[in-house]
Write a protein that binds this ligand. Structure first.
Ligand SMILES: Cc1cc2nc3c(=O)[nH]c(=O)nc-3n(C[C@H](O)[C@H](O)[C@H](O)COP(=O)(O)OP(=O)(O)OC[C@H]3O[C@@H](n4cnc5c(N)ncnc54)[C@H](O)[C@@H]3O)c2cc1C
Ligand code: FES
Ligand code: FES
Length: 1338
């Protein structure tokens, strides 16, 4: 649409104190992309594009000329249209502080407290807290936690982030033991241990910069003047396609709405904006009603509170928090219910953007406020050019019935939320996949009105979200219940009626059908009890008092809410004799920590656009298995801006590697496989072009699940098998034998930085620079060279840092690089290929889903004497790392247990799913959970305490694994005993039991898990590493090595090592980038050993240099380093050295089934306690104690960070993260909206990590141990604690205790395992009689 009959206005806003004037503002342009591409402010990151991760958080400041107030709030810039910013001041992380100017205490504390690892989420974290502190100089800890609700971090496990911001809280304490009223140094364990060389805490708050609010940007006076002057002015911004109109009065808005009835009102754009990926979904006219005073009104009337439709949900929350205490309690029931939902709805950014009007009108199925607004009889104040009217926000409106809906010409001006009355009760419930920042699976708003002074129902409303396409009402059921008394008979009748009226088909989108049905009645039951409890509490003069609920029933009330997390970290201090300059063993801050926090750390997609750069979008298969009949690119080539389409035919050399094609050629083998790529001037054009490519397929039969693969004999590799002892004999002598299974889902890596590559052809010799986010630069180099038919010496790979990888960027980035390189080769232009989150999740695989069958023979005393294990993984469509993963499962399945007669067989299944790959732990998280499941099964059968069965079977002393590798289990027992002791396991176990006796509907569980973990790889050459160290004439040192910074702090440790070896301060040493030009043939950075093997190479290079300097030093022992260097140069001594590490000697012979498969073992134990809500399946992590045998930690802050981060990722795998595939093999979970990784709300309220002192490891450098992966498996302690709680519930309900649970133990699985009258009530669907929404691939 052209720009109506008017010229476009200038869009004026400020960014970081600087004025921005956009003369041709495009209404479709979103702030994130504008900041990054137009303003070159790349500190604000793209993590998902759908408001779910918080990486793109900025602060918006706006001025209201009517009330003359400035409002600051956080916002997701990925959803913010730039046109909504006219008159606003935007602050990005660059504006908060920078190394060039001055860093802000928020940035400094986050870095110093080790709150950043890869650093990709860090700017978003900084901005969320910055916005909070602009509004609350001394926030409470609850406010701090709530400010971080909308920010995801995949690396740190959040504890250090919370710690760093705790220093801003009003409840100030001196250390991490906040809230205990005690200083850590007063604690007995620490008091005595300080003399034993144990330190606590990883940073020193005394070093923090003071907060100085006077240094913040002031709101630009020019914008205040502008807001004042333009009060009556209509603002219009238009592009070729869209016109954005911001009217200044209600009258004008209504005239516009009459003229353009189809034009949406964009307020927060959090609902409308989610369709932006659809190139065809656009609106020619958009109305922006944010300057209309009537729509911002907040007034307290005789009937209730009137809230303007453009008020955001955070404002609504704040109004309610302020108003509720001022009103009589009986009037506030609906407000309390709203407040409860608002506490968990989305993150603070979305709450600050999303409007009440937008929420009401968009009527999403899972929107949380509509059920309560409806139950509470809210009224919508509507206006159109024809006048004003009021309608009820009732079920008819929510169902979108024409007679009850708003007219296209109408707008909602405000919403009247009425007061409740004395005889009325209103409650709201929601259950989501994650406690916060997750859409409800089911929510509910319930209200009952009694005849005064009685419990006779006069009016009843029952509404549910998450069931149909919008909120549903059980209207008929309610009508039938009018006149009934509030008693048990009424409840059972109500449940029956509701289940008849609110039906959910077995194939319903979103799955979890039986669970959702159960929640309908579970919520109803909770409401019933809440009302009974409320009736009891009512003082009814002259009338009989309602009796109080029994203790059992009381336990059904209340939702589980996580408190403020607190952490303690204990580790061995350095030797008192160590030189203060020597940084080894100290908690040194991440080398890039400050840059992460200021947004100055450059990731691949932050690299400035280069001359003539093109963007690339891929076309992927929509079929799981099919022949490609034809590819028609003609229409794509017609799209303006599209330069070319690249297919397999354009690959001059090899199209991928021996196992996998880069571009599918004749056949597709999974949904998401790349078929071709469109290159265009902009990403939008490339995406548009990609949609126009037409592919004709001929379907072939797909194999999707492990079960299918077994049936079709579809395997990637031959069976891997290990045997120890004589299992047949073992089974014969066993007292009992049990058999069982474990199914375990996969896991998405969900690194915050999606796969990105920038390929720049050089002018000469066909050379090419490849900037790539990878764990394996050598593989990228090799594949790109072979695809282009070049020698590797023409391909220069560069990786400065990677925004999280976790194994997911070992093999996959090479293919993305090939695609970009082939496009660059064809077009002769640089090509950028940064995957959007949904594409990254669609194309790349993740952790292997697992299926295990066990047969275990054991004695009455709990000793396992024989076990036969069959392990299967779903490898997906190509080999990738599946062979190694299944080998590691077979090698590691014993975990900490000595099973004398053991047979393990492993199979990697080949299916038509995206190829699964390496993932932190590399098979051990599956293998460990499997063997622990067997232990639990034995404990259940014998009736012995679980920890006793574990102890009975744990390795002792010097031992051999099934493949005959020798190890000493002494430290296993050390960790175990310390963990029992530190967690106070036995007394807490007794308390858990006591709690469970008293609470029928809530149960606690506790579990302690031991761990034997092996690091590294089963072949020597995997451990080789190289380094290059230069000393320059000014004495400064440049260190490079083949390892890649993934957030694990590899370079920081490397600098510590170089500092020790060269005996110079850290400030002399710099690391620039990992590059195939400086250190060739680097192996992948993975397997927990990336740091230590490269450290050996760096050490080698430094020692060579140190030796070369020997004669100079001897001659001038008192001289300074600079003098020695200058002298060495004069003496023609080379100041550059390469270092090399050949690798740990490891091997595994699958023929003889013997080997020294791993360089060394490390040990640990974790104890976790949880509480579950049996009615909803929600759980809360109460406390975790981790004890780890880290030997001598080169950097305890980094190692503890790895342990905590890995642990929380493990908690995600075992309790939260679920990938869904359709029956056609298409992944359905493609973003943070559907796939939930742990957020701040998921970490244990008490999180203690203890590194066992005085342990050594002669194999690794400085006697250290690799900590990258080990903590992951310990997350299973939460799984088993939940299982313990479920078992308590089942025991009380008289249900069998030998139940099996599937991982992850989500709310759905917990609820359904706590079988009760409600799960029995619901209709069940016979498998095979319907097509499910999703299939189980494990
Ligand atoms: C990441 C994320 C997480 C979320 N989590 C939750 C959650 O946990 N729980 C939950 O309940 N919701 C959640 N939401 C949804 C959110 O509540 C809604 O998207 C939001 O309330 C819509 O408001 P908006 O101002 O952004 O609407 P917009 O997207 O701006 O507009 C939506 C629609 O409303 C219409 N509209 C807006 N105002 C008016 C008006 N005054 N009169 C007439 N029509 C109008 C527009 O024309 C448009 O069609 C989430 C959203 C996101 C993006
Ligand atoms: S990129 Fe905006 S929230 Fe993820
Ligand atoms: S540090 Fe948070 S995602 Fe990496």
């Amino acid at each position: 649409m052209a720009c109506l009959d008017k010229q476009s206005d200038d869009l004026v806003f400020f960014v970081n104190g600087k004025k921005v004037i956009e003369r041709k503002a495009d209404p479709e342009e979103l702030l994130l992309y504008y900041l990054r591409k137009e303003l070159r402010l790349s500190g604000t990151k793209y993590g998902c594009g759908v408001g779910g991760c918080g990486a793109c958080t900025v602060m918006l400041s706006t001025y209201d000329p009517v009330v003359k107030k400035i409002r600051h709030h956080p916002a997701n810039s990925c959803l913010l249209p730039i046109c909504s910013l006219h008159g606003a001041a935007v602050t990005t992380v660059e504006g908060v502080g920078s190394i060039k100017n001055r860093i802000n205490p928020i940035q400094e504390r986050l870095a110093k407290c080790h709150g950043s690892q890869c650093g990709f989420c860090t700017p978003g974290m900084v901005m969320s807290i910055y916005a909070l502190l602009r509004n609350h100089v001394k926030p409470s800890m609850e406010q701090i936690i709530s400010a971080l609700d909308g920010n995801l971090c995949r690396c740190t496990g959040y504890r250090p982030i919370i710690d760093s911001y705790a220093s801003f809280a009003k409840e100030q304490t001196c250390c991490q033991l906040r809230g205990t009223g005690q200083c850590c140094l007063d604690q007995e364990e620490l008091g005595c241990s300080s003399s034993a060389g144990i330190r606590s805490g990883l940073c020193n708050p005394a070093e923090f910069l003071p907060v100085d609010p006077t240094q913040e940007f002031i709101f630009p006076p020019e914008l205040m003047r502008m807001a004042q002057e333009q009060q009556g002015k209509t603002l219009i911004f238009c592009s070729k396609r869209t016109t954005w109109i911001s009217p200044s009065s209600l009258k004008e808005l209504l005239e516009l709405k009459a003229k353009y009835p189809k034009a949406p009102l964009v307020v927060g754009n959090t609902s409308l904006g989610l369709n932006k990926n659809d190139c065809d979904a656009y609106h020619p006219i958009v109305l922006h009603p944010l300057r209309i005073p009537e729509m911002q009104v907040v007034s307290i009337t005789d009937d209730g509170i009137v809230i303007g439709a453009t008020c955001c949900l955070a404002q609504l929350r704040d109004i309610l928090i302020e108003t509720i205490p001022k009103l009589p309690e009986e009037k506030t029931k609906i407000y309390q219910a709203l407040l409860q939902q608002l506490r968990t709805l989305a993150g603070e950014q979305i709450r600050s953007m999303a409007s009440l009007g937008g929420h009401v009108v968009s009527r999403g199925s899972a929107w949380d406020l509509n059920p309560i607004l409806c139950a509470g009889k809210s009224v919508l104040n509507l206006a159109s050019d024809g006048g004003k009217r009021q309608i009820f926000l009732d079920d008819q409106f929510l169902a979108g019935h024409k007679h009850a809906d708003i007219e296209p010409k109408e707008v909602i001006v405000s919403v009247l939320i009425p007061y409740s009355t004395k005889d009325e009760f209103i409650s709201a419930f929601r259950q989501a996949e994650r406690q916060k920042n997750a859409f409800s699976i089911v929510n509910s708003g319930l209200r009952v009105l009694f005849s005064p002074g009685t419990d006779t129902i006069v009016d009843l409303s029952i509404l549910y979200g998450g069931i149909g396409s919008t909120t549903l009402s059980a209207r008929k059921s309610c009508e039938k219940l009018i006149g009934r008394q509030w008693n048990d008979q009424m409840l059972s009748e109500a449940c029956k009626l509701v289940l008849e009226e609110i039906s959910l088909p077995p194939s319903a989108s979103g799955g979890k059908v039986e669970y959702r049905r159960t929640l309908l009645v579970s919520f109803l039951f909770r409401f019933y009890l809440e009302v009974l409890h409320g009736l009891h509490q009512m003082v009814r003069t002259g009338q009989e008092q309602y009796s109080e609920l029994s203790q059992d029933k009381m336990s059904a009330l209340g939702v589980l809410q996580s408190g403020v997390p607190q952490g303690v970290q204990l580790y061995q201090d350095v030797d008192p004799g160590q030189s203060p300059q020597d940084p080894v063993g100290r908690p040194i801050m991440h080398q890039s920590g400050i840059k992460h926090a200021t947004g100055e750390a450059v990731f691949i997609d932050d690299i400035r656009p280069v001359d003539r750069e093109l963007s690339l979008a891929v076309v992927t298969s929509i079929k799981a298995h099919a022949k490609i009949k034809s590819i028609d690119i003609s229409e794509a080539l017609q799209v303006p801006g599209v330069i070319n389409v690249v297919t397999a035919k354009d690959v001059p050399g090899k199209n991928g590697n021996d196992e996998e094609e880069a571009f599918a050629k004749d056949k597709v083998i999974c949904v998401g496989q790349i078929i071709c790529a469109v290159v265009a001037e902009t990403l939008t054009q490339a995406k548009h072009g990609a949609k126009k490519v037409k592919i004709v397929y001929e379907d072939l039969q797909p194999v999707l699940t492990i079960k299918d693969a077994i049936e079709h004999n579809s395997y990637i590799t031959e069976e891997r098998k290990l045997e120890k002892g004589d299992i047949e004999k073992g089974f014969k002598s066993a007292d009992k034998i049990i058999e069982g299974e474990l199914h375990m889902g996969g896991q998405e890596h969900f690194y915050l930085e999606t796969n990105s590559v920038l390929v720049i052809p050089r002018m000469e010799d066909k050379e090419m620079d490849v900037y790539v986010s990878t764990q394996h630069a050598t593989d990228v180099q090799k594949l790109v060279a072979s695809a282009l038919n070049l020698q590797s010496n023409k391909i220069m790979c560069h990786t400065k840092r990677v925004g999280g990888a976790f194994g997911g960027k070992i093999t996959k980035p090479s293919f993305f690089a090939v695609i970009a390189a082939v496009a660059a080769n064809k077009t002769g232009r640089p090509v950028r290929f940064a995957l959007e989150r949904n594409m990254d999740m669609l194309i790349t695989g993740g952790r292997h889903p697992f299926f295990g069958k066990y047969k275990v023979g054991f004695m009455k005393d709990g000793r396992i004497i024989a076990a036969d294990f069959q392990c299967y993984i779903n490898g997906g469509c190509t080999k990738d790392e599946s062979e190694l993963v299944i080998e590691y499962i077979v090698l590691k399945v014993d975990n900490a247990y000595n099973i004398p007669n053991l047979r393990v067989r492993g199979h990697a299944c080949k299916t038509n799913l995206p190829s699964n790959t390496a993932f932190r732990g590399f098979g051990f998280p599956q293998a460990g959970l499997f063997v622990e499941t067997c232990i639990v099964a034995v404990a259940t059968k014998t009736g012995l305490p679980h920890e006793k069965v574990r102890e009975k079977n744990m390795y002792r002393g010097v031992n051999r694994t099934a493949f005959k590798e020798e190890f000493d289990a002494e430290n296993l027992w050390k960790c175990w005993k310390e963990c029992l002791d530190k967690s106070d396991y036995h007394s807490r176990n007794a308390k858990v039991e006591e709690f469970n006796r008293k609470n029928y509907w809530k149960k606690k569980g506790i579990a302690i898990i031991p761990m034997k973990f092996s690091v590294g790889f089963n072949a020597t050459y995997f451990h080789q590493a190289g380094a290059l160290v230069h000393i320059y004439l000014d004495g400064s040192v440049l260190v490079t090595h083949g390892g890649i910074e993934l957030g694990q702090g590899i370079h920081t440790k490397m600098l510590q090592i170089a500092s020790r070896e060269l005996k110079i301060p850290l400030s002399y040493i710099h690391f620039c980038e990992t590059s195939s030009t400086t250190v060739p043939n680097g192996k992948y950075t993975a397997g927990s050993v990336g740091t230590e093997i490269n450290a050996r190479a760096v050490q080698d290079a430094c020692q060579i240099l140190w030796k070369r300097l020997d004669p100079i030093r001897r001659k001038n022992p008192k001289g300074k380093w600079e003098d020695w260097i200058s002298e060495a140069h004069k003496k023609s001594i080379s100041l550059s050295a390469t270092g090399y590490f050949k690798g740990y000697v490891t091997n595994m012979d699958w023929e003889t089934k013997k080997g020294h498969a791993f360089p060394y073992f490390l040990y640990g134990a974790a104890c976790s306690e949880v509480e579950i809500d049996c009615l909803t399946g929600a759980h809360k992590n109460i406390r975790t104690d981790i004890v780890m045998d880290a030997s001598f930690s080169i950097n305890p802050a980094i190692d503890i960070g790895q342990i905590e981060g890995a642990f929380i990722q493990g908690v995600g795998l075992y309790t939260l993260e679920e990938i869904y595939f359709s029956p056609e093999g298409e992944q359905l979970t493609l973003g943070p909206d559907t796939y939930k990784i742990p957020a701040v709300c998921d970490i244990p309220e008490q999180f203690h990590v203890y590194l066992v002192p005085n342990s050594c490891n002669s194999i690794a450098i400085y006697s250290s141990k690799g900590m990258g992966e080990a903590g992951f498996f310990l997350g299973s302690s939460v799984f088993f604690a939940i299982r313990d709680a479920v078992a308590a519930a089942r025991k009380e309900r008289g249900l069998p205790l030998d139940f099996t649970l599937i991982s992850p133990l989500t709310a759905e699985r917990i609820r359904m395992a706590c079988d009760d009258i409600f799960t029995k009530m619901i209709p069940k669907d016979k498998p095979g009689t319907y097509k499910p929404w999703a299939i189980d691939i494990s």
